[in-house]
Ligand binder design. Sequence first.
Ligand code: FAD
Length: 398
Amino acid sequence: MHAEAPRQSPGRPRIAVVGGGIGGLAAAAFLRRAGVMATVYEQAPALKEIGAGILVSPNAVRLLRQLGVMDRFLRDAVPVELAWEFRRWENGRVLSVERLDGVCERLYGERTYTVHRADLLDTVKAAVPEEWVRLGARCTAVEEQPDGVLLHFADGSKAEADVVIGADGVHSVVRATVTEPSTPEYSDICAFRTLVPAERAPAFALRRAHTLWLGPGRHLVHYPVNGGRAVNVVAFAPAGDFTEESWSTTASVEEFLAEFTGWDPRVTDLIRSGGTPGRWALLDRAPLRRWSTPRTTLLGDAAHPMFPFFGQGAAQAMEDGAVLAAALAEGADDIAGALQRYEEARIERATRLQTVSHGRAHVNHLPDGPEQQARDIALADSDPLTANGWIYAYEAAL
Ligand code: FAD
């Protein structure tokens, strides 16, 4: 049995997107905007996000505006007024803080927001026709043939396409078609996350602030999401022998608290106010040197998984989607060339973000001592909004 795909207009490539996460849906939405049809194959029975909150920076907001979904986005997004509010772990002393309201918009034309991942996914989904999405379709292999690509699914069905976009996340199946398999390395960092309902959250955590508490070997980030109805808390700590890279694995509140013993009581109270924490290991992957074959390419975490310390994984996945759609729309009669142009336009930037995100783990987790003191002095003088201009000013175009 072949999974049925929407009919593509003559002369247009049949495009299969494997994965209906933020990146895959963004690619489909930008293809639609360019008048090119696609089919999205998503393994889950419904399009929904689990997991944590997400910081949506101006480069990503710009793309949502292009997709015409700002009304949906603003329903639940919280505009950030204070960002990079770095605090010291034991007493909450503010090491640095930057005001964003007014400034961010003036510099980059858009504000920065925090949002729950589910709300961001719903926002992007609003720009994709429902009939383009095949749910419960777990791709197991991609077989390149001389005149097309054959996708195999777990239920035994198959589908044909001219181009396959692997938007299937960090455990990508499609990646095996593009590059040699490689084993991710243990990073010794794991993440805990929890959501605190606004009625149980302390007032300081309900401010429109993106706050990061830095301590030896650990840091904890919080900001409001769901239109201010909840606080997203995500924290990074040594992983020990924990290696599960799954967003659905949980831990106990006690395990989470144990990592933050001795920290400012505002931090431990916040952890206590949340529900059952999720926990996952951050695995380390070296940047890929190429993402594409003549008919298959990758985007988002499938192409360039990154540590979440610059809050750019979803934004980069969306940028990939926008650029890839532009390349395919322009280069319908030369698919291999279009995929090559996409890769060339994107790989340097995504690799740079992988690299800087990786380096941040060391800086955020310094033990107390001279290096940490030097970091804190540097933070006091820092201006991330301007220093990260190369990230936020980016126009996702060929
Ligand atoms: P995913 O979101 O992983 O989506 C992949 C999709 O493919 C899923 O729907 C999955 O079910 C589907 N799939 C997988 N395999 C198959 C298959 N074989 N067949 C069919 N379907 C399949 N990014 C930001 O921009 N800002 C932030 O503040 C931020 N914070 C983060 C905090 C944490 C703790 C973490 C871990 C990440 C954070 N990120 C952030 C990163 C961001 O969440 C990811 O980079 C982003 O979700 C990647 O999107 P994606 O679409 O590439 O992959």
